[in-house]
Write a protein that binds this ligand. Structure first.
Ligand SMILES: *Cc1c(COP(=O)(O)O)cnc(C)c1O
Length: 379
């Protein structure tokens, strides 16, 4: 059996105790056994979202809950401002258009970071602003705190795609007064794909619109969760797994996890640079979720990703949209340590050397290990 390595920013590797939890006998979703897990999972989610309010849990991919935000908040013709600088920001805008919203886009070239000043100049009576915290396609983590404050000042509801940022980098649902925060199980939360969650402010509850909805109707799920009596059959085994994963995350502590991700980002960037590669994602500590690296001259990044998979059983993420073929991405959120980074870098180095690219051999791993160990106060 070939060993496989999953080094993507979602899905991410799942720790053994979480895999073991998945193998437990299936629970009935209305029985007392599931209620215990359901209650624990919802409570842990509140800690991870850093909110005192309810977090709704759905069996869905993350995109389903982005759609739930639009379906619950928007009435046809509502004015929505979508901030986009990559693949996932553009998806947010598309979902809002699909529901008949009148969508204005504050869009940037992929890889740029949105600014609160630009947002302030574009806001003009919009009811809802759509933000992406970590734009996984480019590696940019936006200053959601500043963007949200600007949107709120203009009276808009603020919805945040935190699918790849929650549990990876600091995010304060209540502290930053975010109205809607969406995340998913399969990124920094260390569980398999399949469940997603949304945290909601009182303003969000009060601001619901008239678009049609049923499965994703927030009220239906809120009432059911209040009784710990799921309204539809959730993926109970995934909830058991997520509860175990959240337990591990909270045991490490959110601050500990944030620091680890920051160090992993440093290690990954230092290693890539040391072998002579150019970074696409920002070369600073903001880029702690995923490192996007430009393929060297004459190498197709998509081919490189396929080669790594075929030769070494290593899965990296390819570039998306306009970055297809131009960049490859190494994830470092969730159950990652520095040796995952050095393994990924060593394999990239070997594959590029074999492809005839001009890379410096034998330096990436040392640079990564050194960067990981360096005291945090030294940039
Ligand atoms: C992964 C991701 C999504 C999509 O989540 P799915 O579970 O694939 O639907 C949305 N936004 C961001 C920023 C992501 O990283």
């Amino acid at each position: 059996m070939e060993k496989r390595y999953l080094f993507t920013p979602g899905p991410t590797p799942v720790p053994p105790p979480v895999l073991a939890a998945l193998a437990e006998p299936v629970l009935h979703h209305r029985g007392p056994d599931f209620r215990l897990v359901y209650a624990s999972c919802l409570e842990r989610l509140r800690s991870v979202f850093r909110t005192e309010r309810e977090v709704l849990l759905f069996t869905s991919s993350g995109t389903g809950l982005l759609e739930s935000a639009v379906a619950n908040l928007v009435s046809p013709g509502d004015r929505v401002l979508a901030v986009s600088a990559g693949y996932f920001g553009e998806r947010w805008a598309e979902i809002a258009r699909a529901y008949g919203a009148e969508v204005d886009e504050l869009s940037y070239p992929w890889g740029e970071a949105p600014s609160a000043a630009d947002l302030a100049s574009r806001l003009d009576g919009h009811r809802l602003v759509l933000l992406t915290h970590s734009e996984t396609s480019t590696g940019v983590v936006a200053d959601v705190q500043a963007l949200a404050a600007t949107a709120r000042e203009a009276g808009a509801l603020v919805a945040v795609d935190a699918v790849s940022s929650l549990g990876a980098v600091p995010l304060e649902t209540d502290g930053w007064e975010l109205d809607i925060v969406v995340s998913g199980s399969q990124k920094a939360l260390m569980a398999p794909p399949g469940v997603a969650m949304v945290a909601l402010s009182e303003r969000a509850w009060a601001g619901r619109g008239s678009a049609p909805r049923f499965y994703f109707d927030w009220e239906r799920t809120r009432e059911a969760q209040a009784q710990l009596d799921a309204v539809f059959t959730p993926a109970t085994s995934l909830v058991v797994a997520l509860d175990a994963a959240l337990g591990l995350l909270l045991e490490e502590g959110l601050e500990g996890a944030f620091e680890r991700h920051l160090r992993l980002g440093r290690a990954c960037r230092a290693g890539a640079r040391a072998m002579g590669l150019e970074l696409f994602s920002p070369d600073d500590d903001s880029a702690s979720v995923v490192t996007a690296v430009r393929a060297p001259e004459g190498v197709d990044a998509g081919e490189l990703v396929l080669t790594l998979r075929d030769r070494f059983g290593i899965t990296l993420a390819p570039g998306q949209g306009p970055l297809k073929g131009r960049v490859f991405r190494i994830g470092h959120i969730g159950w990652f340590d520095v040796f995952d980074i050095t393994t990924a870098l060593a394999a990239v180095e070997l594959a590029l050397a074999e492809a005839g690219a001009d890379v410096e051999r034998g330096v990436a791993v040392t640079a990564a290990l050194d960067a990981f160990e360096r005291p945090l106060t030294v940039a």
